[in-house]
Each structure stands twice: as C-alpha cells, then as structure tokens.
Design a protein around this ligand. Structure first.
Ligand SMILES: NC(=O)c1ccc[n+]([C@@H]2O[C@H](COP(=O)([O-])OP(=O)(O)OC[C@H]3O[C@@H](n4cnc5c(N)ncnc54)[C@H](OP(=O)(O)O)[C@@H]3O)[C@@H](O)[C@H]2O)c1
Length: 246
C-alpha cells in the first residue's frame, strides 16, 4: 500500500491500536478521520493532533454507520482508505444467562460494522485510482480463547470475510489488507488487562513497515505463529493458551 497521500477513516482511532495507526498516518501527511463513541477521547486526540478530524459514531448502529459513511464521503470526497479497527472484547460465561443485547452488541461492533462499512464505501472506492480496506482481526481469529467466545467468533468471521473480499476484489485497484495483532497492551476489555501484551508503538511501527513493503496480511509476535499454524499445532496452542487463562 502507498502509505502517503491518502484520506483515511479509522474506526476506534481515538485510543490503542487505532490511535497508534492514526498518528503514524498523520505523520506521513495523510488526511485522517477518526471515529469513536467517547467525545472526551476524540477531543483529547484533537487537542494533541490538531490536524486530525473526529466524528462521534457508534459503529454498532446501522443508522450511525450509514450516516458516518455518507457524511465522510460528502466532506472528504478523496477518502480512499477505511481501517476497520473499532472492537470490543467481553468475558462471557456461556453457562450463565447473558442478555442477547450484550452478545449482539459485540457481534454488531466487531463483525457487522466492518462488513457493512466495506459495503458502504465500496462504490466510492471503486472510482479511485488506489484504495484499501484494512481490517483488524486478531491472533484469536485462528485459535479461540474460550473465556472471550463471542469476540473470538467475530474475529474468525472477520478473517474469513477479509479473505473473500480480497478474492472478489483481486482484479480491482482496491487492496484488502488484514492486520492480525497478538495481545497488545491497550485498554481492550478494561485498562490494565493486556499489560502482558506487546507494546502498542512497537506493534504499530511493525504494521507500518509491512504496509510500506506492500504486505496484505500483517501479523506480529504470537499472531504470526497462530495465523500460519497447522491444525495440529493450533490444537496444541488452544490447549496451552486456555489452560494458562483458565
Ligand atoms: N489489544 C489487543 O490485545 C488486541 C489483540 C488483537 C486484536 N485487537 C483488535 O484491535 C482493535 C483495537 O483494539 P485496541 O486493543 O486498540 O482496544 P481499545 O484501546 O479499547 O480501542 C478500541 C477502540 O474502539 C472504539 N470503539 C469500541 N466500540 C466502538 C463502537 N461501537 N463504535 C465506535 N468506536 C468503538 C473505542 O472507542 P470508544 O469506546 O470511545 O467508542 C476505542 O477507541 C480491536 O478490533 C481489537 O479487537 C486488539
């Protein structure tokens, strides 16, 4: 991917991995629009990086996604890159009753939103000389951590969708890129829970270097192992990982 001169929408770009990518794209002179639900986070980012554009949007809502896509295309007609980064992760005990609304919001955010946003931006991107969809999946797309079962199911499905999207767009000028993080030290699930994970800046530097090389499947650390493992190896990783987090 050419990482200069784009106009880029990053969902969930106010914190964590999205913010680390947003600031790197900004430093390379790209126009960057970031969306999220918390105004204080968006305002804080804008204060730190006045060049960034922010939008309040809950991507779990179909109406808000449509409004976001329409307003971004209207105000930033040069938009040619979408980074589907927003995500949530919840611990779910499948032996206890959980309200469907809670489950559905995880599916809406992590899976329905990126699929729908790709659809909403496709016809606009198809008119550009170059464009890209960048989907942030997870090492857990390949081997689930059982205490976050809905999250893992959504990320496995997003990985699958990304492969199909890439195949369907293979003769077009739209690149389809998958970023596959391992555990990264962000506020995902709750502040402090991912302290054991990779440093977010080191991870984002790696992603940028790989994007610049033209890679379309970008994993890091343990996610490299998981994304390339055989079924037998995945069974072993599954046992070890779930024993460790029991
Ligand atoms: N950290 C890890 O260990 C790890 C590993 C593998 C994959 N990932 C993936 O990386 C991506 C980024 O996560 P992160 O680790 O950077 O966590 P994070 O710091 O919690 O960032 C998630 C971002 O998404 C936004 N967001 C969540 N729900 C949203 C919604 N409904 N609408 C709009 N924005 C929403 C959040 O902002 P608001 O709350 O203000 O909306 C937040 O800025 C996620 O897709 C995650 O699954 C993370």
């Amino acid at each position: 991917m050419n990482i200069d001169g784009n106009t880029i929408l990053i969902t969930g770009g106010g914190s964590g991995i999205g913010k680390a990518l947003a600031t790197r794209f900004l430093a390379r002179g790209n126009e960057v629009i970031v969306c999220g639900r918390r105004n204080e986070v968006l305002d804080g980012l804008k204060k730190q990086y006045p060049g960034v554009h922010t939008r309040n949007c809950d991507v779990a809502s179909g109406n808000e996604r449509k409004e976001l896509a329409e307003s971004v295309i209207r105000e930033f007609p040069a938009i040619n890159v979408l980074v589907n980064n927003a995500g949530i992760q919840r611990r779910v005990d499948l032996t206890r009753e959980t309200g469907w609304g809670i489950t559905r919001s995880e599916v809406d955010t992590n899976l329905n939103a990126p699929i729908n946003l790709c659809q909403l931006f496709y016809s606009h991107f198809a008119q550009k000389q170059s464009a890209a969809f960048i989907n942030v999946t997870s090492g857990l797309s390949f081997v689930p951590l059982a205490n976050v079962p809905i999250y893992c199911a959504t990320k496995a499905a997003l990985h699958s969708f990304t492969l199909s999207l890439r195949w369907q767009l293979k003769d077009s000028q739209i690149e389809v890129i998958e970023v596959i993080p391992p555990a990264v030290d962000t506020d995902l699930q709750a502040p402090g829970l991912h302290k054991f994970g990779a440093n977010v800046d080191e991870f984002a530097d790696h992603v940028f270097a790989e994007l610049e090389k033209g890679e379309t499947e970008i994993a890091y650390g343990t996610a490299i192992t998981a994304s390339r493992a055989s079924r037998e190896d995945l069974n072993i990783i599954f046992e070890h990982m779930n024993e460790a987090f029991h």
